[in-house]
Design a protein around this ligand. Structure first.
Ligand code: SF4
Length: 336
């Protein structure tokens, strides 16, 4: 199948006082129709930035896409005007965020905003749009939807508002939902419900989901595939089961090492690996992970490992990564 969304060797720079900072370098990523791809990494890894870049939102934060292409289906949207991008955002691709309030204007009711979104994108009459909005609120699990339509965003609880934001995202039946830490601010029970809802909606709408999370438990539960980011690059990508069972990259192994193998309950935050993510102003030469890597060899400080392909559609950027079947290779067995 062809990817629905593809970032192809994307480089994003920010102009800072001290000079340009490359926040994403040569990042390649594909999301296929109907799948959930989880983008994981420590904070500062660039995962949120990657998701914003996919929708060309980095430019609102003074980021510049200096190289690469962004394919949405057959179209390269990397050079589109922001005006033209508005025909894509919320239509073919919708976004939900950690903070649902950011999706709403506090001075209009939830219903007004939903109806407006539906009217903007579809050919529905005002009456049909209203009915559809009520249906969507009900579908995302909001009780008494007619009543909530008339409420202001500030009058809804956090979990309820999160559901309303999902309803907003669904208003135009997007092919792709980009969700950036959508449940991080919620308590565990509500979080579980929202994740379950996203799974259901994915099936029902046949959507693909690009889910950005720092929570390995969420990734283990939701992902078909996982991409691990480190210092603005993807260091490993694999089908979820394989990645958790047999990580190829020392960074992924580090992330998983202190997590019980038997299961990854939600709330499993990325454990800390000794050291910290390098500054992107002056990233380490060679492999960016080498200052923290227990397996580093001299070559690692000199040249950067490419993101190479391995058996089973896996990719890893490590000089020592080998075929996953080899028990002698660093990726060959679980090392806790
Ligand atoms: Fe570690 Fe070297 Fe692999 Fe980088 S390339 S992850 S430093 S072994």
């Amino acid at each position: 199948a062809k990817p629905l969304l593809e970032l192809e060797r994307i480089t994003v720079d920010f102009l800072k006082e001290e000079g340009p900072v490359t926040a994403l370098s040569e990042l390649s990523l594909q999301v296929f129709p109907g799948e959930t791809l989880c983008l994981v990494g420590e904070s500062g890894s660039g995962k949120t930035l990657a998701s914003k870049t996919a929708m060309r939102l980095v430019e609102y934060e003074n980021g510049r896409i200096s190289r690469g292409n962004i394919w949405l289906g057959e179209q390269d949207i990397s050079t589109w005007s922001q005006e033209r991008m508005r025909t894509v955002r919320g239509r073919r691709a919708a976004m939900i965020f950690q903070e649902p309030m950011s999706a709403f204007d506090p001075v209009f009711t939830v219903g007004q905003q939903l109806v407006e979104a539906i009217l903007q994108h579809g050919e529905k009459t005002a009456k049909e749009a209203w009915r559809h909005a009520v249906h969507l609120l009900g579908r995302v699990g909001i009780p008494e939807p007619e009543l909530r339509m008339k409420m202001y965003p500030g009058e809804l609880s956090g979990g309820m508002l999160q559901r309303a934001m999902i309803a907003m995202a669904l208003s135009c039946s997007p092919e792709l939902l980009i969700a950036d830490e959508p449940t991080t601010a919620l308590d565990v029970t509500v979080q579980a419900q929202i994740l379950h809802l996203l799974q259901e909606l994915k099936e029902e709408y046949g959507m693909a989901i690009l889910l950005v999370t720092h929570d390995l438990g969420v990734a283990a539960e939701m992902a078909d595939r996982v991409a691990v980011m480190y210092a603005g690059r993807i260091v490993e990508e694999a089908p979820a089961a394989e990645l958790f069972e047999r990580p190829l990259h020392p960074y992924t192994r580090g992330l998983l090492a202190s997590v019980a193998r038997a299961g990854l309950p939600r709330g499993t935050r990325l454990p800390s690996i000794e050291g910290s993510i390098p500054s992107l102003t002056a990233p380490p030469a060679g492999c960016r992970f080498h200052p923290r890597c227990p397996q580093a060899v001299p070559q690692c400080t000199q040249s950067e490992p490419p993101l190479a392909g391995y058996e089973g559609g896996r990719r890893a950027a490590c000089w020592l990564a080998e075929e996953p079947g080899n028990p002698e290779s660093p990726g060959g067995g679980w090392q806790a």
